[in-house]
Design a binder for this molecule. Sequence first.
Ligand code: CUA
Length: 184
Amino acid sequence: MAIHSPESRIWWNEPVARGELVWVAIAFVWGLIMFFMMIYWHIYGKQNLSAVVGRVDPEVYVGKVEAFTEKYKVREEGETGIPVAKPEAGGDAYMVARTFEWWPVLELEKGKSYKLHLSSADLQHGFSLQPTNINIQVHPGLEHVVTVTPNESGTFGVVCNEYCGLGHHVMGGRIYVVEPGQGG
Ligand code: CUA
């Protein structure tokens, strides 16, 4: 609120300067271009995941992840004894987000394709794969199925990039990519 009344009472109905109109037009056209580029990049770009999303009951999903982990577990790691699962090349791999971890750890082979399933057991979480440029939101009740073909071996960190509570800053996971025939 102003202390003094405006000098001109109808202050809001001034003619708009030409330069300003030009900038508004440029911003509008640029917005339209970027809108259509989202569709273009989805088809021709490499930055968007072609994820299939279906509905799933969170409890059913957790059951699938547990069965998968039980079947493909090759070892346990760290103080928490988190299992490491090594799925078959060409097969399905599952990870679940829950407060505050990504579970289990996966071990994949370089150059092989996997159908990676991602969902959440409780709240909204994030799946940000480091150091690659992949970052998606993960919600309970929705299942992403992403076809991945790792082209580099190494250890990849998964960081939760959606605020999910007091343990958000420590929430993460791991994916190992090994040379074919190694690891396990
Ligand atoms: Cu999970 Cu932030």
